[in-house]
Design a protein around this ligand. Structure first.
Ligand code: SF4
Length: 267
C-alpha cells in the first residue's frame, strides 16, 4: 500500500513538472544558476511579491553583478536602491553576506546559514536553485502545497530538484493559493489530491504568519525616514527621533549633528 501511495505521489510530481515545463513563469532569476544571483533574488523575494521584485532584481544585478561589487558599494547607495522593497535590514545583511563571500568564498552547502540573513529557507533555495540539489525550499507557499497535496511528506524529485522547487513555487502562487485555491481540472495535481478529495483544503492549510499593522508602525516610520534620506541626502533626526535612533542602532543610517545621513557617511 505504501509503495502504491509513493508511486502516486511520484506521478503527481511528474505531472507538476510537465505543467511547469509548459506554463512555468519566465523570471530573470530562473535564467541563472549563480549562487549570488539566487541569494539576491531570494532575499528580495522575502515578503515581497514576484512582480514587484523583478525590476529591482534586474537593476540590482546590473549595478552589482558579483559579491565583490556589492561588498564595495556604499551601504547608503544599496539602501537607496532598495527603497520600495521594504525591510532594509535585508539589504544590509545581503551586503554583509556578499562581503564574507568576496573575502572567504562560499561556505559549504551545509553551512550557508552562517551567512548574515541566510536562514534555513534561503540556504535550501541556494542549494536547490543554484546547486541543483533535490531539496525543496519550504516557504509558506511550499508548506501549503505539501500539506494539501502530499500529507505523507514531499516525495522529492531526484535529478530534477530545480524544476520541482520552481514548480511548487508557481503552483502555490497561481493555483494552490492560501485564500482561493483553484481545485478544478486546471490544477495539474488535482487528480488524487487528498485535501481536494476530502474537502479539507482550508483545514489543512498552515496558518499564515501574523504580521502586525503597517500603518503607524515603526517599520513605516523608519521607511519614511529612509525614503527621504534617499532623495534628499539628509533629514532632521528630530522629524522622528525614535525611528532615527533605531535606524542608527541598526547601522541603516548615520548621524551628523542633528541630522540623519546615509549609512557610512555619519560620524
Ligand atoms: S487540487 Fe487544490 S489543494 Fe490540491 S494541489 Fe490543486 S489547488 Fe492545491
Amino acid at each position: 500500500m505504501e509503495g502504491l501511495e509513493g508511486d502516486e505521489d511520484a506521478t503527481a510530481v511528474d505531472r507538476l513538472l510537465r505543467w511547469f515545463a509548459r506554463e512555468g513563469a519566465d523570471l530573470p532569476w530562473r535564467r541563472t544558476r549563480d549562487r549570488y544571483a539566487v541569494l539576491v533574488a531570494e532575499t528580495q523575494l522575502q515578503s515581497t511579491q514576484v512582480a514587484r521584485v523583478v525590476p529591482y532584481y534586474v537593476a540590482f544585478m546590473g549595478r552589482w553583478p558579483t559579491p565583490a561589487d556589492l561588498a564595495a558599494a556604499p551601504l547608503g547607495e544599496v539602501l537607496a536602491r532598495w527603497q520600495g522593497l521594504g525591510f532594509p535590514r535585508r539589504a544590509r545583511n545581503l551586503q554583509r553576506a556578499a562581503a564574507l563571500v568576496a573575502e572567504h568564498g562560499w561556505p559549504p552547502a551545509g553551512r550557508l546559514t552562517d551567512l548574515p540573513g541566510v536562514g534555513p529557507y534561503t540556504a535550501a533555495a541556494i542549494r536547490c536553485f543554484a546547486d541543483g540539489e533535490d531539496v525543496l525550499p519550504r516557504d509558506v507557499n511550499a508548506d501549503r502545497v505539501v500539506a494539501r497535496r502530499f500529507p505523507r511528506g514531499w516525495p522529492g524529485a531526484p535529478g530534477r530538484g530545480w524544476e520541482a522547487g520552481q514548480a511548487v513555487m508557481d503552483l502555490g502562487r497561481t493555483w494552490c493559493t492560501a485564500r482561493a485555491p483553484r481545485c478544478d481540472s486546471g490544477c495539474p495535481m488535482r487528480e488524487g489530491c487528498p485535501a481536494a478529495a476530502a474537502g479539507t483544503v482550508a483545514a489543512v492549510t498552515p496558518p499564515r504568519r501574523a504580521q502586525g499593522r503597517y500603518a503607524g508602525s515603526m517599520r513605516q516610520r523608519r521607511g519614511a525616514l529612509l525614503r527621504e534620506l534617499a532623495t534628499s541626502g539628509s533629514v532632521s533626526a528630530r522629524r522622528d527621533a525614535e525611528a532615527a535612533d533605531s535606524l542608527v542602532a541598526d547601522g541603516l543610517a548615520g548621524r551628523r549633528g542633528g541630522r540623519l545621513v546615509p549609512a557610512g557617511a555619519g560620524r
